[in-house]
Structure formats: structure tokens, C-alpha cells
Ligand binder design. Sequence first.
Ligand SMILES: [Fe+2]
Length: 210
Amino acid sequence: MSAVHQRRELVSALADFYLGHRDLERLPMLGTVGRLLAEALEDDGVVATEPGGLPVTQLLEGVVADTGQPAIDRVLRAFTAAGPILHWVQTSEYAATLSRQFLDNYGYVRVIGPGGLVESDTASAGLGVWGAGLHYPRHEHPAEETYHLLHGSTSFQRGAGPWVDRAVGESVHHDPWEHHAQRFGDATCVLSWAWTGDVAVNARLVPEDA
Ligand SMILES: [Fe+2]
């Protein structure tokens, strides 16, 4: 498959995942992001980003598309196939402050948003990878957010609430500025995230005593 086709298949798989999601009515932002992705496919709005890997891309070898949920398996296949030609990034504050062990096992690809395969200043969405056992410290951002666990197992905390294990495909929604954190289980985790609203402002860590 050509690089052009790999990029388009990733955009298409993510569009169909959001537009076909059972929470589409409850979380209108999923439709907003999905439609922007679908429109980019129609309008030739998928661009080539500069390939650039990170140590975390090694973990993609352990990601198998066998969730039994066809829309998710398609995203995982497209993501792992395109992995080597994608532009991998880390949130700049994290790269400056988190441990080497965290940074060697974390990174993401922006499918839509500033600098993404689809350029947008109103939505940001993509796929992130976190290695087994990592703890993603409490963080916040002005954008509204919905996460979906696509591979592995992850526990999510909202605010000071309880840690809740989430099933593959289940939506985890955060309001703007809501504090949240994640703990990753015993396999490589792949999460999709979607942001709407103020997507130009990066996530930032929240002190544990805040
Ligand atoms: Fe977030």
C-alpha cells in the first residue's frame, strides 16, 4: 500500500470510528471530529507529514488488531501499518519534565489538528501509545476531550474521583480544564483522543496537591 493510501486509510478509519460510535448522540464532539475527517478525504485535505519516529514506535509490534470490534480493529491495522511514515510527537512540557522511562514508552500521532495529517484549528484528534505499567500524571487543558481505549487496559481518574477501569471502545469524556490521569495495564496501550474547542493550547501537568 502506498504512503498516500496508508495516510488516507488512517484518516478514513478514524472518521468511520467516530461517525459510527454508539455515543455519537451523547457526545456531539465525536460527530464534529468525524465529519471534519470525512470532509478532508472528500476535499483532498490529507497531507504528507514528515516521517519521524520515537522510541515508543517499537511497541507497535505488540499491538494486534483482535478486539473483535471491527471499527477499532480497522483503526489499529491502519495505525500500525502507517506507523513508520507518521510524524510522532510528545507534548513539549512532558518531554521537558517526565522521566526517561516514561518518554521512551510514550508518543502520539496527530491525525487532525495543528500540524496533523488533516490541518485544523478547531479540532485535534489522533492516536497515542503508552507502554505497560506507565502512570500518566494528572493533567488539564482547555479543550473538551473524549478518549477511547483501543488496545490494552487503562484505568482513568477524573478530578479527585475513583480510578475506573475502562473497556476497549468505551468513551471517557473530560470537560474543559477537568483534571484527569491514567494508569496503564500490563500490555501496550493505544488510545485515541479527540479535542474540540481551544485545541491550540497543549495539555499541562497539574501538581498532585492541586
Ligand atoms: Fe486530556
